[in-house]
Design a binder for this molecule. Structure first.
Ligand SMILES: Nc1ncnc2c1ncn2[C@@H]1O[C@H](COP(=O)(O)OP(=O)(O)OP(=O)(O)O)[C@@H](O)[C@H]1O
Length: 236
């Protein structure tokens, strides 16, 4: 399966953020999406998740050579500022989500099993999510895609709010899942990108470009990324 972006454009008023971004993301790879502050990484994810339509260009999935549009349920999106129903407890939320996910979860895990998987333990499970920390809310959002298993998973700066143990567990989970999914995550942490990603896409001047995968795990990686990004006009 592939996710193919063709000439995606997006502007806000006069400001042209995406200027014809094209890229092919493939199942089985974890992609790091890098770019300066304000480059448009969140904007791109918002377009792909259906949050708002692009102003130009197209994107679609391709499975076994057959193209199809991205439908509802094809994309799991973990926002950098997590949004969860704050009036529910963590346990209630997982129970509710398992019910609406219907048959998609074949794991047989209970809400408690799922909460244990992301390290939400003890009394926290029966606390309202309005009292959860940023990282805990983020974990709850992650649980949604772990349960629903959408083909495309978008993670906007996902691991930065996690403690070191949770971050390592989540990295391992993503590695385990990648064979069946297209995983794209944005980050400013180059070490994390190098550690986890098979491919790097850089959003620069409204366009996407690939970093040679051969250098991702070499000392030349950081210099190459900085070299590409340093002439980017600083937006914010
Ligand atoms: N809804 C909106 N209305 C107006 N301008 C917007 C909107 N969303 C984003 N922008 C602008 O689009 C540009 C790209 O923002 P975006 O959040 O996509 O960047 P980013 O690459 O995710 O940045 P960062 O790394 O700082 O999170 C910014 O100049 C931002 O101010």
């Amino acid at each position: 399966m592939k996710l193919i972006l063709d000439q995606i454009e997006k502007h806000f008023g006069e400001k042209q953020v995406l200027k014809g971004a094209s890229f092919t993301f493939e199942q089985g790879h974890i992609y790091g999406l890098l770019g300066r502050n304000g480059a448009g990484k969140t904007t791109l994810m918002n377009c792909l998740s259906g949050e708002f339509p692009p102003d130009g260009g197209t994107f679609h999935l391709e499975a076994e050579g057959a193209p199809r549009p991205l439908g509802e349920g094809d994309v799991g999106y973990v926002l950098s500022t997590p949004v969860v129903p704050e009036f529910l407890t963590g346990w209630e939320f997982v129970k509710f989500f398992l019910e609406i996910a219907g048959g998609k979860d074949a794991s047989g895990r209970t809400p408690d099993d799922w909460l244990a998987l992301v390290g939400i333990d003890g009394e926290d499970r029966s606390r309202l999510m309005k009292d959860y920390s940023h990282g805990m809310k983020n974990k709850m959002q992650m649980l949604c895609f772990l349960i629903a298993r959408p083909p495309v998973i978008l993670l906007d700066e996902p691991l930065t709010s996690f403690d070191v143990v949770a971050a390592l567990e989540m990295k391992n989970l993503l590695r385990e899942m990648k064979a069946d999914h297209i995983i794209i995550f944005s980050t400013h942490i180059l070490q994390l990108a190098a550690d986890l990603c098979d491919e790097i896409a850089i959003l620069n001047h409204g366009l996407l470009e690939e970093v040679d995968p051969a250098i991702i795990h070499t000392p030349a990686f950081e210099n190459r990324v900085v070299e590409i990004l340093k002439d980017e006009e600083h937006h914010d």
